[in-house]
Design a binder for this molecule. Structure first.
Ligand code: PLP
Length: 387
């Protein structure tokens, strides 16, 4: 069977060898990290080593890292009115989320529907900071959630500028940074985030481990899962030691290698976008006017449905994904493109290509060959229709 080209890294990244080795080694330990005997302490040692690795990835203190089952759970844990800031224990009464957030943020976590307000983005997909300023009403106690980089377009958000605006208005800032590490610099303090979400499987760890990083002095008074006192009472239940150990190893590898990996991704992405336009100059690349992650291209060809394109690529051995969401059997145009003002007919054709640390020129060649075939067959179909 010919080799496949995996170009869907924003959905999930292949396991890094270091992460795999760490998971396998952890699976062979018997102990429960809460047990005081030597076996328990050995398991706890793995969890704490991983905590230090994940903290180092984003320049945070290890004791500020809370492990969760992934990015979704970290977002749910963060988005609660019950965030205490030092001695200030009054609940947050408003949640502002950007219109392009992942569904796990857009849903608003544990805020009521009436408390959630969407902050618009520009046509390039960047959060509108003037609108944010206007929406931060005096006398409210807002929590604001803005992602570091968008999972569909790759557009990087002006998070540290937003942090200044939010803090000046007495608010707190949560940053869903799931798509950042391994591709761009992610520094918890420089971003000015109060809370930051990470997910292990996006950077080469196993699926099912993530983390919420909390600024010093912040405390979540309403954990999502209560029971034993694991994760300083913020996330009860025996830890998924193997997944956490794999997450830690992936974080360490990403922290070490990301600059060189990102430079490679940028070069390959340039090849890809140039080739896309050569075969079909009318292809539209979304968010191209903004700063983007070096690995992501979201594009569409007028009048072509994303499902058709994704299946055609798949048959040619190339894994890409559609920018449209499929719910209850009906393909909906992406909320991200809708928020950018892209018309629904074009948005329905959005296809996302996302690269990663082990992507190679041969993957781009495979993609462009498939693209050439697809665009030629479309040309024929259209000529046939017109005749
Ligand atoms: N946030 C963003 C921006 C994402 O892209 C994703 C995953 O697609 C998540 C959150 C959810 O992360 P997880 O799959 O670890 O629950």
């Amino acid at each position: 069977m010919p080799e496949r080209a995996y170009l869907d890294w924003n959905a999930t990244a292949p396991l890094r060898p270091e992460a795999r080795a760490a998971c396998v080694a952890a699976l062979d330990l018997i102990g429960n990290p809460s047990s005081v005997h030597a076996d328990g302490r050995a398991a706890l040692g793995l969890v704490e080593a991983a905590r230090a690795q994940v903290a180092a990835l984003v320049g945070a203190e290890p004791e500020r890292v809370v492990f969760t089952s992934g990015g979704t759970e970290a977002n749910m844990l963060a988005l609660t009115p019950a965030i205490e800031n030092g001695a200030d224990r009054r609940p947050r009464d408003l949640l502002l989320v950007s219109a392009v957030e992942h569904p796990s943020v857009r849903g608003g976590g544990r805020f009521s529907r009436q408390q959630i307000v969407e902050v618009p983005v520009t046509a390039a997909g960047v959060v509108n900071l003037d609108a944010l300023r206007r929406m931060l009403k005096p006398g409210t106690r807002p929590l604001v959630s803005i992602m570091l980089a968008n999972n569909e377009t790759g557009v990087i958000q002006p998070v540290s500028e937003a942090a200044g605006i939010v803090h000046e208005a007495g608010g707190l800032l949560h940053v869903d940074a799931v798509q950042g590490p391994g591709r761009i610099a992610v520094d918890f303090r420089a971003l000015g985030a109060d809370l930051l979400t990470l997910s292990g499987h996006k950077l080469g760890g196993p699926k099912g481990a993530g983390a919420l990083v909390l600024r010093e002095g912040l405390h979540i008074a309403a954990p999502l899962i209560t029971g034993g006192g694991q994760e300083r009472g913020l996330r009860a239940g025996t830890e998924n030691v193997a997944a956490i150990a794999g997450f830690g190893a992936a974080a360490e590898a990403a922290a070490r290698g990301w600059r060189a990996e990102a430079a490679d991704m940028a070069r390959l992405r340039e090849m890809l976008e140039t080739g896309l336009k050569i075969h079909k100059p009318e292809a539209v690349i979304f968010g191209a006017a903004a700063e983007r992650l070096p690995n992501t291209t979201l594009f569409a060809l007028p009048k072509v449905k994303a499902e058709t394109a994704v299946i055609a690529f798949d048959l040619e051995g190339v894994a890409v994904s559609s920018g449209a969401a499929c719910s209850s059997g009906k393909v909906q145009p992406s909320h991200v493109l809708a928020a950018m003002g892209v018309e629904a007919a074009l948005a329905r054709g959005a296809v996302r290509v996302s690269l990663g640390a082990s992507s190679r020129e041969s993957d781009i060649d495979a993609f462009l060959n498939a693209w050439k075939k697809l665009s030629e067959s479309l040309g024929k179909e259209r000529r046939g229709l017109a005749a």
